[in-house]
Design a protein around this ligand. Structure first.
Ligand code: I3S
Length: 130
């Protein structure tokens, strides 16, 4: 890893609210469960966090913690627009991780989803050169 590319990837960072669902795990299809996630891109990893309001009562909701839910290593991942068959929603991105995990990511606002598409694509490309 050259220090330059490492520095560049570290600067590709973004966070925001998105709708997401896992659709595959270890290459096997799983049932969709769309939910809002606080989504963070940091250091070449995309992490989804549970909405604290959606977690069941307990320590986490009381302290209003944002709980990490799942993460996708973007090294070797593939991002693209999902086909019509994948979802009836608009503005749906498909993120395939190397380990057979697959997520759909969606947001009604086109500008916001386009920004995510770009930063995820740029990050994946940068990681290829490391
Ligand atoms: O690909 P699917 O199975 O049509 O996805 C829909 C289901 O996950 C549905 O929930 P149930 O499995 O409880 O029926 C969701 O409510 C829908 O949002 C899913 O379809 P979209 O097209 O919204 O991704």
């Amino acid at each position: 890893h050259s220090p330059e590319t490492q520095h560049y990837v570290q600067n590709l960072e973004k966070a925001g609210i998105l709708n997401k669902t896992k659709v595959s795990e270890h290459g096997k299809k799983v049932r969709k469960n769309w939910c809002q996630s606080w989504t963070v891109l940091h250091g070449g990893v995309l992490t989804f966090h549970k909405d604290p309001k959606s977690t069941t009562s307990g320590a986490s909701s009381k302290t209003n913690q944002i709980v990490p839910d799942s993460a996708v290593d973007l090294r070797g991942a593939v991002i693209g627009w999902a086909s019509r068959e994948k979802s009836s929603k608009k503005n749906v991105l498909e993120l395939k991780g190397k380990n057979g995990v697959e997520f759909l990511i969606q947001y009604d606002n086109e500008g916001i989803i386009n920004d995510w598409h770009k930063v995820l694509g740029d990050t994946i490309r940068q990681l290829e050169y490391q």
